[in-house]
Write a protein that binds this ligand. Sequence first.
Ligand code: NDP
Ligand code: OXD
Length: 313
Amino acid sequence: MSLLLALTGWRSEPWIARLSALLPGRRIDTLGTLRDRDAVQYALTWRHPPGSLEALPNLRAIFSLGAGVDHVFADPRLPDAPIVRVVDPDLTARMSEWVALQVLLHHRQFRRYDRQQRERVWDEDESQPRAADVRVGLLGLGVLGLDAARKLQTLGFTVAGWSRAPKQVEGMATYHGAQGLDAMLARTDILVSLLPLTPDTRGVLNAALIAKLPRDGRIGPALINAGRGGSQVEADILAALEAGALKGASLDVFETEPLPAHSPLWGREDVFVSPHNSAISEPDAVAGYIAGQILAHERGESWRNLVDRTRGY
Ligand code: NDP
Ligand code: OXD
């Protein structure tokens, strides 16, 4: 019985090494080495080629090697097996680090002082607001959004969050649905998106949304997106930066990845670009999580962190 690694853009070797150590005696195949399709019980995917998980008659589960599963649903010929996604403290901690870094970057005007240092300019801004005076709004209050929100609260920011379904979170203002979105945007200086990409969230970070962010805050408005690039309209973000409707942006994900060399986002001082690595799937952590799930399932336990196919996340 075997595991199949179906990866695009990621190396298989680190995963094979970790999984072989954790699940001794099982064959780990890649799409290139697979000969016996009947033997495959578990498929592990990161952007697998569409159709490559078909004709695996004994498939018990599909594991996304990331927290997001839009890449899984991009396959129109996806087999009808349970889909398990990554929920892991290592990945969650990495994302919260990145979000906190970006919120602080805008709050403490990092790009400005970075430029001033390069230009040897000593120009103190006497109007530095307190973190409590800065309103952060989280789009997506799931595993990652909630952890980031809590850590931002610890730093002193005034944090609210938005989700699809109503959610009670002690000590935090929460909003949901279309009306809730407008209400949260109206009290947001720094907007952070940790939304999954679904038909409902595609293109949601657009001109109309940006126009609803207040311009009377102590800093911002600023937009931070580490969810998925398909949720953002980059032409609208650029136009908003030009018009002053946005003061800055931090983007880890893009409509096209890698971000094309000709994208104007690269060259802007008011935009921070990172290469979709705000929260990597570290093979030690994630292989351990997946092996643990497989062994637990084989002892009769239910899958944890199953993806809802109708919601798309
Ligand atoms: P979760 O499924 O735990 O949380 C998703 C959140 O988004 C939930 O709060 C959900 O609402 C909300 N949501 C989904 N659809 C809508 C909608 N239409 N309207 C309002 N809220 C909505 O996911 P995670 O927090 O674990 O991960 C979030 C995303 O982060 C991933 O899907 C992935 O795209 C991205 N990611 C990016 C990484 C990177 O390196 N850049 C790394 C890891 C993840 P509700 O609570 O009501 O269900
Ligand atoms: C993920 C990612 O979904 O890295 O985990 O984007």
